[in-house]
Every structure is written in C-alpha cells, then in structure tokens.
Design a protein around this ligand. Sequence first.
Ligand SMILES: [Cu+2]
Length: 563
Amino acid sequence: MPRRALTPGLLLATLLALLAPASPASAQGEEILGAASYPDMTTYTCRTDAIPIYAGQNMNLFAQTKTCPNAQKVSGPGDTSVFAPNSNAQGYITRFSPSMVEIGKGGKLTTPSVWDLHLHHVVWLAPNGGPTFASGEEKTIPKFPQGYGFKAGGDATWGLNYMIHNLTASGGRQIYITWEMDWVPETAPARTDINPARIQWLDVAGAPQLYPVFDAERGFDADGDGEFVFPDDVPTDPAAPGYEERSKISNSGTWTVPNGGTTLVFGAGHLHPGGLHVDLEVARDGPDAGSVDGDDPAEVRPLLRSDAKYYEPAGAVSWDVSMTATRPDWRISLKAGDTVSIDATYDVKKASWYESMGILPLAVSNASDPAAKDPFDDEAAVRAMYDAGGILTHGRLPENIDRKADKDLKLPDPRKLKSKGKVSKAGIVIDAFRYSKGGYSAFKGFPKDSMRPPVIRPGQSVAFTNYDAILAMPDTEQAWHSITSCKAPCNRGSGIGYPLADGPINFDSGQLGYGTGTSTEVTTGTSTYTTPPLTKAGKTYTYFCRIHPFMRGSVRVKGKQRK
Ligand SMILES: [Cu+2]
C-alpha cells in the first residue's frame, strides 16, 4: 500500500484546498464537508422505541426498524406523512446523521458520554438486504455529493444491528438510537437531478464473521514501524506473532466491479481506538493479463485515505476522534473487473487493541458522471483527488471527550501495598464486577486493604472464573468480563483511554461469558481463563476489564520458581 508523503504535489493540493471556497467550518476552524441541498428537501429526526440497557451489557443485537420511525420534521417543505404506515412515498436519503440518547428521569434526553454508555456499533440493513448506513462512536455523517442519494421507501422495513456498551454496573437504563436525515422526495415523472447510489460494504474482517473484529497487538508490526496493517501485515508463518488473525481476514474487504462499471461517489472509514486510517485502493490487471489483479504494484492505484483525526490529547487511544470522508468533487470511474479493496492501520506502539474493526461503506452509482475520472486512464486527476486528502463530516463531539480516563483517584499503587495471602488453586473469582482476591474498583476511596495483591510463584499462571456470566443465565443478566494486562500502577480513573492494554506481559482473555444468537461471537463461550506464566520475581502485575474498565486487579510474583 503506497503511503502518502509530503510531495510537492500534495503541498500544492493542500494550498489549493486552503484557497478553495469555504465549506462550513467547525469551532476548531477545521474544514467540514457541507451537505447537498435541493429545493424540496426536508430534514427529519427519527428514532427507535426505547431500548433497555442492562448492567454492564455488551450484546450484539438485531432488530427491525423503519425508514424514519417516530419522525419529526426539523426543516423543509415536507411533512411526516411520507413515513406513515402503508405510505408508498419514495425518496432519496442524501445525508444521514446517527447518534444515541439516554432517556433520563422525566423523559429528559441526553447524549451519554463515551466512558459511561457508548455506541459500539449500529448498522442499518437495507430493505433489500445488506448493510448501508452505520456508525460507531465516531458518528461519521454520510453526506452524498450533489446529485446522488440512497433511494428508499418511506415505510420500508430495515434491519438494525446494534451493540450498546454499558461500561458501568448500573442497569435499568434506556436509550433511543437516533438518526437525522435529509430526504428528497421522488417525483412523477422521476426526478433527474438525483442518481440512485447504493452502498458497497467493505469490511476487512467481515463475513463469515458476524462480529467483524480482529486484534491488533503490540509486536504484530513485524517490521517494527509501530503500525499493524490488517490484513496486509498478517503473517503467513504460523510461528510469527499475529498469525492467529489470519482466520479473520474476510473476502468482504475486496469487491470486484460488475459488468457495466461503476462510479464511486462517497466513502468514509470506520476504525476503533488505536486506529489510524483506512485506505481504499483499486487494482486493474495490467500487461501480464491472466494473473491476479494487483499482483504488480503498477496495477494498483490509491483512491482514498480516510484518516482518524484524534482530538484526544494522548493521541490514538480513545473515541475522541472524527474520520475524514471523500471530498464533494471526489468521483472515480471504474471498469468491470476492477478490484476495489481496503486495509486498516492501527498504532501498536503504546498498547494492544482487541476487537478492532476496519470498515468502509462505499457509495457507488451506475450513473456515468462526467466529473468521474478513471484511475488508470486519467492517473493524474485521480492522484490529485487522493492527494487532496479527506474532509471531516463533523467536528469534535463533546460526548466523546474521555473525561474520566487517567484522573488521579488518590488510590494507592498496588506495587507499594503489602501482599495478602496466595492465589488459591481455584484462582481468582469475578463476582459482582469485582476480582478477588486482589481486585479493586477504580473509585475514589476504595479500601486499600482490599487492594492488597495475592502472591504467586515465578512462572505460575493465574486462573480466573467469571461468576457474573453463567451458562444458565439469559444474556441480559450476564456481564462479560475480560482479564487484560495493563501497565502498573493501573489505578487511575477509567474511560476509553485508560487503562490501556499495555502490561509488560501481553494478555487478554476475551469476553468471558456465554452470548447466544448473534452475540455468540462476542464472547469466548466459557467462563474461565488462565493467564500466560507471570515470570518476574518481585514484580506486581496489574490487569483490568476492557468491558468495564473500572474493574482492576493485581497479583504479585514472589519466591522461587517451583520445580
Ligand atoms: Cu467486566
């Protein structure tokens, strides 16, 4: 994958972009992508019915929804009757802005903070099948360029796949998934100022995985550059670190353009914390016809780098991020047989990232567009589009600021506490969101005596059993926990960016518990886990739960290795 360097061409493109007519800018003075507009366009808010949120939940769920349930008009000439039951109205969605609100006391609606309750993912599955609009906490806003939209019926039935992550042990909460959209009605005869576009979903770790994730761990960067590119950097040598990720590589990360060719009109990547960028490229078989597209670098052209712009002061470690999307004049013309693909780059210098994603929903149209350029026939024009870089679809989101992470809670450093007892044969138990022995909650005033680390011998492993998730419990009563190593002291406030999976010995149990149905792949399907051997005498190892990061624990290695 070619990487973008600061070439004179890029410099020029950047200067031109700065001189370009102003797009609406955010408070930070950043350039923000504007939305298309039509005289008869109406903006609506839509939301699901109330969704219950259980203590500590992290379920992957499917439901049905409509094009715009509980519709309310924001602005424009239309009314909400287009979305009424049995409406046969058709229209084009030209902008789609997803979010989530919590229903508080007295019905008060607030957008929950990312360290409390977060939108892990939500995907709208089109009436005729397949994922279309989607979001994680970055809440990218697809805005189709002028002249394109996603065509749908006002009363169409959509699928909704969602995972709402409750980072706390407080249940009995309720949320709505919300979306605001610009809707342009279809007319009779059919309007000619909008071409239908559909979404080609590109997912590096998708089907057959239902929960499309992979791990990006420290040490997976074979070349030592601190970056792990999925799938390109996944080794083929079974002995190499990261080989186990090979089974997660999906064909959904590539797409072959069908007969008739296509025009690409919009795209923006989706990543998790730690993610740096999603790259989109195309391959066309060259003079060595008969072999594989892209086997020669001369057969590959970069189309877009969707960058993660972190507002997070600590860098690529939290959800305080926005993704860049394609610019309004980005149009790519492709021929039948061209192979489009993406890859996802993660920063693996500081920490390991588990259950990571790399997705790019790409809006494509059958319409031929005079502005669209062919990356092989008109290489310079497409290179200029690539060099111009992406554009943000919104600025910093207040709910994504990771306020609770890394706050000094004045808790003691587990390394400085006296040991207390040994880890028993049964190991450490997780019950009611606590590890014991040696477990603690990252809350101010947690009793110091309960934090004292139990002892193991050098080279001993520690077994864990999660009693918060027992096979007989329904999913809604289970709390899936992980045991993930963090660098000591690991005693500061909890959020997304703290603790990090950055312990001296890399380990992570996955989510211990028994998900059923579409949550099957989220959990490990067991309630037990054993760490790798903890080796260094005198060292206190700390760990946390990735799902409920206020959960912490420590063990101390002491004495001589058992023969
Ligand atoms: Cu947990």
